[in-house]
Design a protein around this ligand. Structure first.
Ligand SMILES: [Zn+2]
Length: 326
């Protein structure tokens, strides 16, 4: 990867790829398995982006492309009757996004329905279940689109070396799961049931890398995996008590925090890039919707906007690294 110092001429004039990635999933995290509620967040966000895309394109002076990762896993299979429900239900929307040049990827969660407790359990410690979730998702994608998916993002920041090996085997080119700086935690929402751990990402690089076969959080020193990891944009944001917390650039989080993260990442020592994510329910809540709108308006009016390119994750990798052949 070509690295230039923050004040070098190359650094000051280079294109800055910005990948906005949306996890296309049900509005609720723990869906009612007896109700096939439409994914109204996705419908709403798609409608908004028809206009947003034009505004962002005019702001930066080049075509804007985005990434949409689909839920095709056992939770969807059980609750909606088939793992490919989102493709069947929203085929015309997905075809229009593809026609715009957007990337359609996969977003997999490890939820398993527990009949005893009548609750969903995030099975992060069950390797056989994790493998089933990933293979069902990737196989369903290939049946729906006639080709293997290239971009993947595991839900709830979960990843393991075993899952990374399976993703590589199934042809995934770019993984968007690791979020640098976060410590290991049991779960992301206190009231939910999970097993195992969400990994420690404190040593994950803040630039794209091909992971070690023994530890996906580290770049390989000798024989890398073929798959690339494009770490999400994260950083430290001041909390109200003179401290700072590690935060991921999630669209819909409080705008002031996301703005701080954006500036930190634009000033990074290496070649800057941005990967920001959101669930497709981001516009359904009035607060998160207002923060989301503020962030996108900010991007469209940013002093560096003429260097911005709204790119898919694969385009970002191509722009950042000449060695990337995806
Ligand atoms: Zn998710």
């Amino acid at each position: 990867m070509s690295i230039s110092a923050p004040n070098s001429p190359e650094h000051q004039s280079s294109v800055i790829p910005i990948s906005l990635c949306f996890d296309v999933e049900p509005d609720e995290r723990c869906v009612n398995p007896n109700k096939r509620t439409p994914w109204s967040g996705f419908e709403d966000l798609y409608g908004q982006f028809r206009l947003r895309r034009k505004v962002l394109e005019q702001a930066v002076g080049s075509p804007a492309r985005f990434c949409w990762t689909l839920r095709l896993d056992p939770q969807i299979e059980l609750a909606y009757g088939s793992a490919d429900w989102v493709v069947k239900k929203y085929r015309s929307i997905l075809d229009q996004l593809i026609a715009e040049g957007d990337e359609i990827g996969i977003h997999t969660h490890a939820w398993r329905w527990d009949t005893y407790s009548q609750k969903w359990i995030g099975e992060h410690q069950n390797d056989a279940w994790l493998e089933h979730c990933v293979r069902l998702s990737c196989g369903t994608y290939e049946k729906c689109f006639g080709q293997a998916a290239r971009v993947f993002r595991f839900g709830d920041r979960f990843m393991s070396d075993k899952v990374m090996r399976i993703l590589e085997e199934l042809g995934i080119v770019c993984d968007l799961t690791p979020e640098p700086g976060h410590i290991a935690v049991r779960r992301l929402a206190a009231e939910e049931l999970t097993t195992g751990w969400i990994p420690d990402y404190r040593r994950v690089p803040r630039s794209p890398y091909q992971p070690s076969r023994f530890n996906f959080c580290k770049p390989a020193r000798f024989i890398p995996r073929k798959i690339w990891i494009l770490p999400l944009s994260t950083g430290h944001v001041k909390d109200g008590n003179d401290g700072a917390e590690n935060l991921t650039m999630v669209m819909g989080f409080p705008f002031e925090a996301v703005r701080q993260l954006l500036e930190q990442n634009l000033m990074s020592d290496g070649r800057p890039y941005i990967v920001a994510v959101a669930r497709t329910d981001v516009t359904l809540d009035s607060f998160t919707r207002s923060q989301f709108d503020l962030f996108l308006d900010h991007l469209a009016n940013h002093p560096l906007r003429q260097r911005f390119r709204f790119t898919t994750p694969l385009e970002t990798l191509r722009l950042l690294n000449k060695q990337f052949k995806g």
